[in-house]
Design a protein around this ligand. Structure first.
Ligand SMILES: Cc1cc2nc3c(=O)[nH]c(=O)nc-3n(C[C@H](O)[C@H](O)[C@H](O)COP(=O)(O)OP(=O)(O)OC[C@H]3O[C@@H](n4cnc5c(N)ncnc54)[C@H](O)[C@@H]3O)c2cc1C
Length: 457
């Protein structure tokens, strides 16, 4: 419980204007994209790393919970202050791109920089930062690192962890650590960036991030394949990749999703198709693009594609991508509540995974539209329920998780565990593994002040 005196002391430490406990502030920082609500007791806006250190030192001494927050776009409740305490809002002041080093192809940023802002700035210099979560217009790099965010380009370019070279972070006791280097290779010491990336704000507050950049490819082509069955489409995904195709993205929409987008936007989508695959190919010379396109065409045809369409220009490409970009909002026609999961399986198990989802959908008589990053084995699996069906919905989810784990997959490909999936950790990990997670948490945060009660820890 924060006292009036705590507020005063925090204000003394980092400025009155940067520590707020008025109702509007508390409300504004009580949500994330889960739409669950937990009121913090104060919202604190550090100006810089020094402020972060002061605030954490104070809160650690007083055992006040601290929840780091970027844009609050997380899908699993990571930024929700479930135990009260303060929300440490990093987007307001700590949002500067500190350096774009074109010689070494790295960017150094503060955690509150918006993903898209960084992308635009590096692209002006002919460079490229590939991780592009669909929330790129507002999610922060700090949040992306803490969640190890993925995106549409992960099939070819990987995810956030593949670009984090170094970090500065503040431990819950206020100590500063530096981890990693601006070098391509660094095998000295434990891989601390590897532990902090995806740590969901439970181990340290990330205050500076050094990111790898690559050269921006000059050419892109977009392709759409229309398949009669989901099974054909899923076979085409893993067989194309195993056969040497190297697409940037290999996205998927199932029939329920296609129908929902069409109902909402009337784009002339093939509503009788079992599935659509959307793929981008990129490169620097036409020959490279043609070769990749020919590979996709070959593998799609071998897996019974009904229509193989190559966008002739940017407008056609945008039209193809429209369906995928609007999938999430369109499927809300199937229920009042969307329980959205982002399970991931080894790619060759995609046909079986989707077969099992269909079985579970029939068993519980629930609509479960699926779409997503199948090039990464990552399927956004959306159990749609009305308010009186939530319990049934969670039974279906539990079965979906079981199938996923049996197929060698994971509970989350990109959204993390946070609060929403915490109770399923025991399904996915042995007690010995969970004890190890707890020991890591304790080594960083012995007083359990940083984002407590998350990740099932
Ligand atoms: C419409 C929509 C589309 C989305 N699409 C994708 C997608 O394609 N791929 C994907 O991976 N995710 C996606 N997401 C989920 C979400 O945007 C990502 O998880 C994103 O990385 C969260 O960033 P944020 O700045 O909003 O972080 P927040 O939600 O504020 O925080 C997320 C977590 O990170 C921690 N955190 C934030 N900043 C720091 C810091 N500096 N130090 C330590 N911990 C910190 C928080 O405590 C919390 O646990 C989507 C969300 C929405 C709403």
């Amino acid at each position: 419980m924060i006292t009036k005196n705590d507020i005063k002391q925090l204000q003394k430490l980092i400025g009155k204007e940067n520590v707020k406990d008025s109702k509007p502030h508390l409300l504004a920082y009580s949500y994330d994209a889960t739409r669950k609500q937990y009121l913090p007791e104060a919202v604190v806006f550090p100006k810089d790393e020094k402020d972060v250190r002061k605030v954490l030192r104070y809160c650690n001494d007083k055992k006040i919970p601290v929840v780091p927050r970027g844009a609050g776009s997380g899908f699993t409740g990571g930024a929700l202050p479930v135990k009260g305490g303060i929300v440490l809002a990093l987007e307001k002041h700590m949002n500067k791109i500190l350096e774009i080093d074109t010689k070494n192809m790295v960017a150094v940023v503060q955690p509150g920089v918006i993903n898209k802002t960084l992308q635009k700035e590096v692209e002006k210099l002919g460079l490229f930062y590939p991780p592009d979560p669909a929330s790129q217009e507002y999610s922060t790099i700090g949040g992306n690192v803490a969640e190890n965010a993925g995106g549409m380009r992960a099939t070819k370019y990987g995810i956030t962890k593949d670009y984090v070279m170094a970090l500065r972070a503040v431990l819950p006791n206020g100590d500063l650590i530096r981890a990693g280097k601006k070098t391509i290779k660094d095998v000295a010491g434990y891989n601390i960036p590897g532990i902090l990336v995806g740590s969901e704000g439970t181990l340290a507050v990330i205050t500076e991030i050094t990111l790898k950049l690559i050269a921006k490819p000059k050419l892109t082509k977009t392709v759409m394949g229309v398949f009669e069955s989901v099974k054909d489409a899923m076979n085409a995904v893993y067989k194309s990749l195993a056969g040497g195709a190297n697409p940037v993205a290999m996205e998927f929409l199932d029939n329920l999703t296609i129908q929902a987008v069409e109902k909402k936007f009337k784009k002339g989508l093939p509503t009788d198709a079992g599935a659509i695959l959307i793929s981008d190919i990129d490169g620097n010379v036409e020959e490279e693009i043609s070769y990749q396109l020919s590979l996709l065409e070959k593998f799609f045809k071998e897996n019974n594609v009904k229509e193989f369409k190559i966008a002739k220009n940017n407008a056609e490409a945008a039209d193809i991508w429209f369906a995928r970009r609007n999938a999430s909002q369109s499927i809300t026609i199937y229920g009042e509540v969307k329980i959205n999961e982002d399970v991931t399986v080894p790619r060759s198990e995609l046909p079986r995974y989707l077969e099992e989802v269909e079985r579970i959908s029939n068993k519980y008589n629930l609509k479960i539209p699926c779409f997503g990053h199948t090039g990464d084995g990552n399927v956004h699996t959306n159990v749609m329920v009305n308010k009186d069906q939530i319990e049934t919905g969670y039974k279906a989810i539990e079965e979906i998780f079981k199938v996923t784990l049996d197929l060698g997959g994971t509970l989350s490909g990109e959204h993390g565990i946070g609060l929403s999936k915490a109770s399923f950790m025991k399904m996915a990990f042995t007690s010995e593994e969970i004890e190890l997670f707890k020991a890591i948490k304790k080594a960083f945060d012995p007083n359990n002040i940083l984002n407590p009660h998350k990740m099932g820890l």
